[in-house]
Design a protein around this ligand. Structure first.
Ligand code: NAD
Ligand code: MG
Length: 394
């Protein structure tokens, strides 16, 4: 039985696309969304979930009316507790975590503690949760599988036994497309509009991760995600620009051999892998055709004006050197800054200023449990909101 957290989003829709290719293999226990009532209603028709959770109460009420008048038997709920319940229900084996942002942390922890197979797209949850998240996975005795394409690639390239990783692996090489502004004159980044920032050259994704890809904060979050998922020192994680997004990431071993995972840029690949691991099932993704493929190229991060162009990337290593909880502050400040940019309240280049200023203002004490993390998240949001208020309208 499968729960899909964030089923109305880009990863959620792709997950259901893989599910519908395998009739009888996956049963849907619960689907969750925030406000998209009509899409959720269509998903209810097609996937017959037992429970639906809508984060927004009005959306839940509206959906309740609609499912009733359509004669569907779905239990429509809302609220934080409902999200925890569908993530930890004893009938559920697998939870796809595809909520965007720190809002997904509590349900992820609930699934981890309950020993589920947790498919993690929601990287922010791990960036915020860090060691607390991993401890919950260990205590629950379930598994944590990456859905982010880079981390799925690394997981597919690593030896099976995690106990051998430290001795065998020299470094992890994360590939990055460089986003839509890889070659744009960095002096004009202040004029970037939300529409420009959301039009990624290779991937169609939700708006928040699209902006993160344009600032390369997405790659910073992924460095932190890799550090926790693979228990590897931050200095052994490297980023290289690979504009075609064919190699999804690589592992370099002690003997200088490099194992890379390749595919077309289609999230259904890593989703199908997570759903079926250790088996392989069809995903709907097109295979690469090497006879007609354009050349694969690579660029060092310095070639394109990093750090002027992508000042946020190095914050990953800085935050990982800081006290535990620093990555939670980084994430919260970035979420506030990106939302403010999308609402046209701040300029694109000010996202970094908000994040940096928030990191400078707050000194975290090491988080012991979820409540500490949530308190730190709230505090960082408060500080970031007030930083945003200080900026003049663009
Ligand atoms: P999206 O914006 O398309 O979807 C987000 C989902 O979360 C929606 O179902 C929405 O209803 C739900 N949601 C939003 N706010 C919520 C809240 N406060 N409470 C409960 N539910 C809420 O985002 P996406 O692109 O699907 O990304 C989801 C996650 O997967 C992100 O963490 C992202 O970084 C990660 N990810 C996405 C991709 C991709 O290709 N889209 C690739 C790798 C990783
Ligand atoms: Mg990724």
């Amino acid at each position: 039985m499968l729960t899909v957290l964030g089923s109305t989003g880009s990863i959620g829709v792709n997950t259901l696309d893989v599910v519908q290719r395998h009739p009888g293999r996956f049963q849907i226990f619960a689907l969750t969304g925030a406000s998209q009532v009509d899409l959720m209603l269509r998903q209810c028709f097609q996937f017959k979930p037992r429970i639906v959770v809508m984060a927004h109460k009005e959306a839940a009420l509206l959906l309740k009316d609609k499912v009733k008048s359509e004669g569907l038997s779905v239990d429509v709920q809302s609220g934080d507790q409902a999200l925890l319940d569908v993530s930890s229900n004893p009938e559920v084996d697998v939870v796809m975590a595809a909520i965007v942002g720190a809002a997904g942390l509590a349900p992820c922890l609930a699934a981890a503690r309950a020993g589920k197979r947790l498919l993690l797209a929601n990287k922010e949850a791990l960036v915020v949760g860090g060691g607390v998240f991993l401890a919950a996975v260990r205590a629950g005795g379930g598994s944590l599988l990456p859905i982010d394409s880079e981390h799925s690639a690394i997981f597919q390239s690593l030896p099976e036994d995690p106990k051998t990783w430290d001795a065998r692996v020299e470094k992890i090489i994360l590939t990055a497309s460089g986003g839509p502004f890889r070659k744009r004159d960095h002096k004009t980044l202040k004029d970037v509009t939300p529409e420009e920032a959301c039009s990624h050259p290779n991937w169609v994704m939700g708006r928040k991760i699209s902006v993160d890809s344009a600032t390369m904060m997405n790659k910073a979050l992924e460095v932190i995600e890799a550090r926790y998922l693979f228990d590897i020192a931050p200095e052994r994680i490297e980023v290289v620009i690979h504009p075609q997004s064919v190699i999804h990431s690589m592992v370099q071993f002690r003997d200088a051999s490099v194992v890379a995972q390749m595919g077309t840029p289609d999230m259904r690949g890593p989703i199908a892998y997570g759903l079926s691991w250790p088996e392989r099932i069809t995903s709907g993704a097109q295979a690469l055709d090497f006879r007609v493929m354009s050349p694969m190229t690579f660029e060092s991060m310095d070639q394109h004006g990093h750090p002027e162009r992508f000042p946020g990337l190095r914050l990953a290593w800085d935050a990982l050197r800081g006290p535990a909880g620093t990555t939670a502050i980084l994430n919260a400040a970035n979420e506030v800054a990106v939302a403010s940019f999308l609402a046209r309240r701040i300029r694109f280049d000010q996202i970094h200023w908000v994040v940096m200023s928030c990191l400078e203002q707050l000194n975290p004490s090491p988080p012991g449990e979820l409540d500490d993390l949530l308190a730190l998240d709230r505090q960082a949001r408060f500080v970031s909101e007030s930083l945003v208020q200080r900026l003049p309208l663009p």
